[in-house]
Design a protein around this ligand. Structure first.
Ligand code: NAD
Length: 340
């Protein structure tokens, strides 16, 4: 059986990445859409051969529970709308994929996790890199200590934001925050799978070079994580500087991905002179198939809700460290049961 996926929010990520990827998946397919823009209905219906009864808007969305051809609802809306629509999806009895960042607060992550547990549906976060073969290789180097112990990790995630200053990503009410919410979650993720550990503390700093443009949200943030074994990670995230890199410095060498988290192909090399090379497939197709296999075959959920919540705990600690100028303890992350 192939699972039917309905995309909620037909903006650029749904249009240019998720819908085309769903033509390339083995265990799921694009079965439905949920949109607030009437004109998009017929365009998508025609392009992807979507039956009329599988087209919903934000008002009649809750009746999707009666539609047996939809198994998974993928929420691809501005960050502050993730919680509401994930919870409505869970109440409709559908499995949920929630885009990153999972929500705009830890409390909202908890509400999503609780709703999915209560309604006995599966939940994952749209962390496409968790399904990418380069990520799996990095995790293997860390686990098998191919280059010895990882002692220092450096990771960057950013781009130069231009255009309409009223876009939702620069509006805190809709985005929950700036670069850290949008791109910072990649640097948090690489810091964690680059060391194979959850951090035990973080110190962070915020910088701004274009305050007139970034009036409501953070532009550039740096943060340093400490790990239980003494390892350290330094991350940079920005809406005003390009960054797309992970470098792991180890006791017997190094390995790096550069680019580390764009749509691919990713590129990697090691201190042995090896160049990493894996066949390219859309990460989003791999990600949605991995989640479908989790539902159908009970394989591992590579990006469970608890992982999104863990990263949101770190995001909140980073903002607190910036506000208060100190080091934030993160000692209870291990309780969530998520390692990398
Ligand atoms: P977008 O601006 O292109 O699309 C947003 C969609 O939400 C549009 O269809 C818009 O009509 C709809 N919408 C509903 N209410 C809105 C409101 N009040 N304001 C603005 N738009 C509203 O954004 P996007 O790039 O598609 O991002 C959507 C989500 O996907 C975000 O959470 C983002 O972080 C995530 N995303 C993830 C990746 C990834 O690689 N995993 C990449 C891009 C975006």
């Amino acid at each position: 059986k192939k699972l039917g996926v309905a995309l909620v929010g037909l903006g650029s990520y749904s249009t240019y990445q998720l819908a085309p990827s769903l033509l390339d998946t083995e265990h799921c397919y694009l079965a439905g859409i949920v949109t607030g823009t009437k004109e998009k209905e017929s365009v998508w219906q025609e392009k992807y051969n979507i039956p009329k009864e599988n087209i919903y808007n934000y008002e009649n969305f809750d009746t999707i529970g009666d539609n047996d051809s939809i198994d998974v609802i993928y929420v691809v809306l501005p960050n502050s709308m993730h919680a509401e629509f994930c919870i409505r999806a869970a109440k409709a009895g559908k499995h949920v994929i929630c885009e990153k960042p999972m929500a705009v607060s830890v409390a909202e992550c908890d509400a999503i996790i609780n709703a999915c547990n209560e309604h006995k549906v599966k939940l994952s976060v749209g962390y496409r890199m968790q399904s990418d073969p380069y990520t799996h290789e990095v995790k293997k180097y860390v686990r098998e200590k191919t280059f010895g112990d990882v002692l220092f990790v450096s990771s960057d995630a950013g781009y130069v934001s231009k255009g309409n200053p009223d876009q939702w990503r620069l509006n805190k009410k809709l985005s929950g925050g700036g670069a850290l919410m949008n791109m910072g979650v990649y640097a948090i993720q690489t810091s964690i799978y680059g060391t194979g550990q959850n951090p035990i503390s973080v110190s962070a700093q915020e910088f701004s070079t274009r305050p007139d443009y970034f009036m409501d949200t953070d532009e550039t943030i740096t943060a340093q994580f400490k790990f239980e074994n003494g390892a350290v990670a330094h991350m940079m995230t920005s809406h005003n500087a390009n960054g797309n890199r992970l470098k792991c410095h180890c006791s017997k060498g190094w390995f790096e991905l550069d680019p580390a988290h764009s749509y691919g192909p990713i590129s990697g090399r090691t201190s042995n002179g090896d160049v990493l090379k894996f066949p390219h497939k859309r990460q989003q197709a791999l990600q949605m198939d991995d989640f479908a296999k989790h539902i159908l075959l009970d394989s591992k959920n590579l990006a469970p809700g608890e992982m999104g919540k863990r990263d949101m705990i770190i995001v909140e600690a980073i903002y607190k460290s910036i506000r208060e100028g100190g080091q934030e303890q993160l000692l209870s992350l291990g309780d969530l049961g998520i390692v990398v």
